[in-house]
Write a protein that binds this ligand. Structure first.
Ligand SMILES: [Zn+2]
Length: 217
């Protein structure tokens, strides 16, 4: 009888131990993901986004099967006189599934292009932006961020990221990714054109190419 009670108690303690252990392991893994991402953000800002040096950029975790990074802005609690906050969300799976280092760096350069875009707009414009969400707008918004990353030297890494991404999302999301973002093939063409005629980037900034046919010098 007493042995039975004891072993039952042991069992309960073991279960409790594992619950606490996996909770701690989970928190540890999350803070590791946040730290890794924050480090890369700091490096990319220092090297390529001088405009963002004084900005408040936070990292938070999110979960998804088809997205690995997102960025948003936040007005904070008070609408007036408070510094804008920018949040880059990271899906820990990007590290678990071994995305290439150059790819992660480059997709962060893409996210920082969104942060730059937000930081150049006033609050009224940002409220308007939050309401905009059409297929066409998303395509222009995402390809525009790709273009900024390419302009700042992340074209090759962005190719690495897309090649990895296409292998690490459900098949049903592939078409949307290819519509909204530049594919490795399109980036190759752009890099080739930019090598011969760097000023083409200004033309593309005004009119972001929506497909391969629109990528012309
Ligand atoms: Zn984006």
């Amino acid at each position: 009888m007493s042995i039975y009670v004891k072993s039952n108690k042991m069992k309960r303690l073991t279960i409790q131990f594992f619950i606490i252990f996996s909770f701690v392991a989970h928190i540890y893994a999350q803070s590791d993901t946040i730290q890794k991402t924050q480090k890369i953000i700091n490096e990319v800002v220092a090297k390529s986004y001088p405009e963002l040096k004084s900005k408040n950029i936070e990292v938070q975790i999110f979960k998804s099967e088809s997205d690995y990074f997102q960025s948003r802005f936040s007005f904070g609690k008070m609408l007036t006189l408070q510094k804008m906050r920018y949040i880059i969300f990271v899906n820990p799976k990007v590290f678990e599934k071994n995305a290439p280092e150059s790819g992660i760096r480059s997709i962060i350069a893409h996210e920082l292009a969104h942060v730059l875009y937000y930081s150049q707009r006033n609050r009224v414009e940002l409220i308007g932006l939050a309401r905009l969400s059409s297929k066409d707008f998303n395509q222009k918004f995402e390809r525009g961020a790709d273009l900024e990353a390419i302009a700042r030297g992340y074209g090759e890494g962005l190719k690495d990221y897309r090649n990895w991404l296409y292998q690490n999302i459900p098949a049903k999301n592939l078409e949307e990714k290819k519509r909204n973002y530049f594919s490795p093939e399109e980036i190759d063409l752009m890099l080739e054109i930019l090598q011969k005629k760097p000023e083409t980037i200004e033309k593309w900034r005004k009119n972001v190419p929506r497909n391969k046919a629109e990528i012309t010098p």
